[in-house]
Design a protein around this ligand. Structure first.
Ligand code: AMP
Length: 524
């Protein structure tokens, strides 16, 4: 078996590796390091958790050990899609470069330009950056990329997802043609292949796992059920989520968890909901302040925070050892995200569990994921209490009312009103025996089905409608007592004037009758 000592790494790097507790390289390290040390371009297809960060930091430190940095001209550049990943790479350089005097700068958003400028001015051996921030510095004229000897692109497929490819192309063009490039991506979509063909020179392709395969050490399950309604499905999901956390913790499997949501807004909602229910949870997503994100991550790493609710971008590539569970609150829309998400657990040979909440409308995404990973994921039901608890509550609320509303409201529960779903169920049950939602949801026709005072109007619908059509005169008559027929006792004087011709109107009237029922002959 190959050991680090066999890889021709700088002796001081070897010391640092041993101190970090490693002696055997992972497959990506074993394959990539010798080529990187020979100054060759490397195309590494590896997901996070395979040790790919050390696969480029270890040879970089060994190479950069010779030579010195010049002001504003960094010697190497590592491009990362997110601030967190950049910070993590920087940590790796600190660990493995502890016996070298290499200088390093981290160019990420949320950190003042002034401090970063100072570092660059002094000259850095290693510049770690997110593409946007790097270009900002370049455009301010504070940075030259013509001294780059080694350039690393980490998580290239993520860069693609985040729309960074034009930036990456531009940065490639700003660096010398003679640079060495180490390029890492978990998947190789066509756009990424095109990029490698254009900017890598005869690279050594190193692939440690089949494209987009999930680690074998992760147990994957899909929790599927049919929600009572689409509008209330997120609430039901939150109930199921709590049920799952409780069940997995009771089985002594769950020690901590990352919960992924598709939308940032949902990350906040889920974190708040869990906190409200007494769980130790926090949110991390791109809209949060960098300091808050770092603090939250540190808290999760140290175990002070047990449940991290995250968006894809924020948690992508995060190296947090010992994550026992990944729970997908939503099925990811992009299949690759699924692989990245569940890769947060089962890292470096450890075991891990992944649970994906899936409602019928998400099945189509799940199918694509199963196609990608070439595995049929086991389906399980939600834990016992979670759903039944919620659905059982509705009839209970009805039980406290009369029989009639119960039947009606149960039918309504099939298509529940938003108010019902968004209200915290437990509180509604306890505090409101006649919930407002039910009162509001009474079917409109009910007042009409009450006994009506005026029988003739009910019998003669056409009259009723005609009355309504004239501005509801009929209703006013209800209030005035017995109906007045015709003009009542009063006969206006003009009606007593004799008509000169009576024939024409009579004929007209007969024609009309004939047209209506054709009964003219019989009448005659
Ligand atoms: P990465 O894929 O770079 O995110 O690394 C995943 C994890 O593997 C990190 O926690 C590293 O500390 C760990 N790791 C890196 N190299 C080795 C190694 N040779 N043996 C065991 N674990 C390693």
């Amino acid at each position: 078996m190959t050991k680090f000592i066999d890889l021709n790494l700088d002796p001081k790097v070897l010391d640092a590796i041993i101190e970090a507790g490693y002696d055997t390289p992972t497959p990506i390290q074993e394959q990539a390091i010798p080529h990187a040390l020979m100054a060759k371009d490397v195309l590494g297809i590896a997901q996070t958790g395979t040790g790919k960060t050390a696969a480029f930091t270890l040879p970089m430190i060994s190479i950069l050990a010779q030579g010195r940095a010049r002001a504003r001209m960094p010697r190497s550049l590592v491009l990362c899609p997110t601030r967190e990943l950049a910070a993590q790479v920087a940590e790796n350089f600190e660990i493995y470069g502890k016996y070298h005097k290499l200088t390093m700068a981290l160019l990420i958003g949320g950190v003042s330009f002034k401090d970063q400028d100072k570092l660059i001015d002094r000259g850095v051996d290693v510049l770690i950056a997110t593409p946007g921030r790097l270009i900002d510095h370049f455009e301010r004229g504070k940075l030259m990329l013509t001294g780059i000897e080694i350039m690393v692109v980490d998580e290239a497929d993520r860069m693609l997802d985040m729309g960074f490819i034009p930036d990456i192309e531009r940065i490639f063009k700003l660096t010398p043609f003679t640079r060495q490039t180490l390029f890492f991506s978990a998947t190789m979509p066509p756009e990424i292949t095109r990029l490698t063909q254009e900017f890598l020179h005869n690279p050594t392709r190193v692939e440690v796992a089949r494209q987009s395969t999930a680690s074998d050490t992760i147990t994957q399950k899909v929790v599927s059920w049919k929600a009572a309604s689409k509008e209330g499905s997120d609430k039901e999901k939150r109930d199921v989520l709590r049920g799952l956390i409780d069940a997995e913790a009771a089985a002594e499997k769950l020690t901590n968890a990352i919960i992924f949501c598709n939308r940032k807004s949902n990350v906040d909602i889920v974190a708040k909901s869990l906190t409200k229910h007494g769980y130790n949870a926090a949110a991390i997503h791109g809209d949060l302040d960098q300091k808050v994100r770092m603090r939250t991550l540190d808290g999760f790493r140290s175990g002070d925070i047990k449940i991290l609710c995250a968006s894809d971008v924020a948690a992508r590539g995060l190296d947090i050892p010992n994550v026992s569970h990944v729970i997908n609150f939503d099925v990811p829309i992009h299949s690759e995200d699924y692989v990245h998400r569940i890769g947060r657990t089962g890292r470096a040979g450890r075991t891990g569990d992944s649970l994906t909440l899936c409602l019928p409308y998400e099945e189509k995404y799940l199918e694509k994921i199963e196609e990608l990973i070439e595995t049929k994921i086991e389906r399980i039901d939600p834990p016992e209490g979670a759903i039944r608890e919620q659905r059982a509550r509705r009839p209970r609320r009805d039980d406290e009312n009369s029989d009639k509303p119960r039947r009606n409201s149960r039918r309504r529960n099939e298509k529940p009103a938003e108010t019902q779903e968004t209200a915290p169920t437990a509180e509604v049950v306890e505090a409101a025996p006649t919930p407002k939602a039910e009162v509001q949801a009474q079917p409109q026709p009910q007042p009409q089905s009450k006994p009506q005072p005026e029988a003739p109007r009910q019998q003669n619908n056409s009259n009723e409608n005609r009355n309504r059509g004239r501005g509801g005169r009929g209703r006013r008559r209800d209030d005035l007592g017995p109906p007045v027929l015709g003009l009542g006792d009063h006969v206006p004087a003009f009606l007593n004037i004799p008509l000169p011709e009576l024939k024409a109107p009579k004929r007209k009237s007969a024609d009309v009758e004939e047209a209506v029922d054709g009964s003219d002959d019989e009448a005659a």
